[in-house]
Structure formats: C-alpha cells, structure tokens
Design a protein around this ligand. Sequence first.
Ligand SMILES: [Ca+2]
Length: 497
Amino acid sequence: MKTVLAACVLCVLSSSEAFAAERPNIVVCIADDISWDDFGCYGSRTARTPRIDALAANGLRFTEAYLTASSCSPSRSSIITGRYPHNLGPAAELHQPIAANIPWLPTVLREHGYYTAVIGKNHMTRENAKVGAETWDLIDPGVTPDNHGAEAKWVQTIEQRPKDKPFFFWFAAVDAHRGWDANKEWVESKYGPQHRPQDITVPSFLADDAATREDLASYHNEVTRFDYFVGQVADALAAQGVLDNTLLLVLADNGRPFPRAKTRLHDSGMKTALVAHWPAGIAKRGSTSASLVSVIDIAPTLLELAGVKSPPPSFQGLSFAPVLRDPQNITRRHAFSEHNWHDYEAHGRAVRSDGWLYIRNARPALAWQGPADSVRSPAHAALKALRDANKLTPAQADVFLAPRPNEELYLTAKDPEQLRNLATDPAHAAIKTRLAALLDQWIDETGDAVPDKLTADTFDRESGDPLDRSKTNAKAERGEFPGKPKNAARINAPGPQ
Ligand SMILES: [Ca+2]
C-alpha cells in the first residue's frame, strides 16, 4: 500500500502541471561566431548591444566562461550533451554527428515535461539516426525572406507554445557568421544606424586598414541584429508574464570569424560571453561572477534547475546553479578546450586554471591561420598583403606562424590578447609543470588521444578554396577522430574540475 501511495505521489509531482509553476522556463540565445569582448557589457567600445547589456545589468554576467571548442558544430554538440568534444564520437570534428549512445539535454528535459524547440541554426546531428520528436517538439531553421539571421521566428515560438508546460527553447542565430546579410536586410528603425568603419576598434592582430574596418563593421551589424532579437525575446516573455521565472542565457558558439579568433584556443576564440537573466532565481541582480565556467556545465545546471534528480551519467560538466544563488560561489577550478579538424588538420589542447592558460599543440608544424571562411575574408587578405610586404607586427605574424610552439603559456589577466608566450620562461616553469600535469590527467581520464592519421586539410591554406573536389567524397577522406582510439564516446569520467 505504501509503495502504491508513494508511486502516486511521485506520479503527481512529476506531472508537468505540478511543476510548471515552480520550475523555470529556459531560453538559450546562442549567437554564431561572436567573440566574448564584442558585447558592450564585456567592454567593447565598438559594439552596440543595448538589450544584452540590459539583461546583464538586471541579471548575472560571467567573466570567466569558456567554450570547449571554437568551432561551430563541435561547440554546440558539446553544450547540448554536456560533454567534451573528444567524448562525442565523430562530432569532435566540424559537421560530424554525435555518437548515438549519448543523451541530449533537450531529450531529458522533454522526458521531464518540458516543451522543447530549436529555432534557427541547427548544427547538431546524431550518428545513424535522424534527430526528431524524441528530442525537439519543434524544429525550425527560422530563416525568413527578410531575415537570414534565423531570428525572426523566436517571438512566434514563445507566443504559440503550449501554455501548460515549462519550456526549453534553443534560439540559435546565424548572426554573426559570414556572409554579411545583415547589411542588406538592415532595418534602421529597429537596429539603429549601421556601424561605421571609422568607429571600429581593430584588434592588434588584424591590419588596421579600410577593408578590415569595413569587414569588422559588417560583423558588428550582425552582432547588433542578434542583440535586437534577444531583446524581442525578453519583451515577448515579459508580455506573457513569464519573464520572471525564465532563465535566459546569452552566449556564442565560438569567436569572431576573423584571423586569430574562430578555431583558436586563445581567448579571442574560446572565451565566451555568458549572461544569465532570471529575476526569480538570481539572488543579486546586476552582479558579475568570476567563477570559472565551462559550457559543458550548462546542461547539468539546467537539469538541476529543472528538478531532474538522476540525470544520465553521460553529462561531464558541473552545475553552476550555486553561482546563480550567490555570485561569490566558485564551482569550477579548471576549464579544458580543444582544437580539432575544422577545414584544416589540427590537434591542440588547452587548460585554464588560476588565471593561466596553457596550450599544447600536437601538430606544431601547421599554422593556425583560422577556418576557410576567415582565410577568404578581406581582413585575412589585408594581413597577407602586409606579410608579402614584410610589414607584419609579431601579433599579426602569429596568424601565419609555422612551425608554432609545442607549448604556450599565458597569464591572461595581464596579457588579454595572449601575445607574450611564457612557456620557455624559467620563472614560470613550476606553473607550466602544474598545468601540463592537469592536462595529462584530463587526457588520461577522459580518453583523449592523438591518432596518427588525423583528418587532413580539405581546404587550401593560402586561398581558403576547397581542395580538389573531384577526388572526394569528404567522408571517404576522413581520418581518425581524437576520441576513437580509446572509444571515448563511452567514457563519462569528467577529469579534473
Ligand atoms: Ca559558429
């Protein structure tokens, strides 16, 4: 009798209606290719992001949040499963699917009564299976004739949702991925004036010329359009009276699509803005947290807040819910990131700890010139012109550097662009040894490896053009992905945290 009674109570408690009033709704607004410091609330002097700045001013802004990959689909796949890229199966590499055995965050939330939708860029696939209604109630690419940023259907998704369930929305913009469609689709009455090339702050590793400034201005237009639609989401939630108990997260999947940012392990590629807005759940509004966060922590946080008592053991991250309750709380000490194949062969690993960044490169003979879309950009062409005229500064020359150092070590607070490699400085040998040991421990415990035959370049390094397509079938030419030798898709150990 007791068992039956307990089962009934459990049944009532776990019904969606019972929890709908208490469990938060969750909206993740994820931008495409925006570096952390290209938001006003992260100190940009160029970007116009008033709506995200306002969310930060009324919510919580994380100052030490890091991606696990500065590469679109590996980064998104990592967030949605709460796992490191090399623990995803083929998805460690760009455009490749997540191993079939791995549970996804929205599937678990859906099983616990949430209505789930992905609207916009959906760059997450599953091996040998179509991702369908077991994961998402609604899948929509979100593009409309006058909005190729994939943001125009976010508000209608909020309005048309079933009202008897908490919801999890993954609103994924294509802004600010190249090409620059925001310029053509600009609506001044909504987004304000377009950014002017003369007002841009140019990062030190880019060329400061007219073409680069124009390239950056177009990029910032896309950042501002993303900001506008994040604001629309907040307004729609408020209009429906659900803004108070909705956790709204704003972040990006990787750094800006310019040289020395996207695909890099350095902060320009791997650090992300992370703004949390949730009036009912964030104790100190307008605060910042210096707690280290890895984006694999997002899924465990959301599962905890959704009241999922026994989540599948596959999630490797660490909930940062304690930080939402008190921004002084520190949940994570170390954060790890990867650089795997993305148009070009690569294998780099990084650990951040105590304000230090340590990078190890298993393919030091190869330049880290950025992904093919960046190599084809006006900003990259401007650097090539300086290179050919022997006029590169050391910061700019890093884009073409080959061979690269096997190891890099930076004190990021004192060297925000990571231009001064301390890896061979005897004064910092002890910290390097400590970080190298942490990285070794993580590699060992999570089953990372450096296969002999990694996937090779599929684009020309100088021009960014695809290599001879007549020979391929890109699939037939794929090498071994880094988790394969140790079957890391089956390993759940999180490594050092
Ligand atoms: Ca991206």
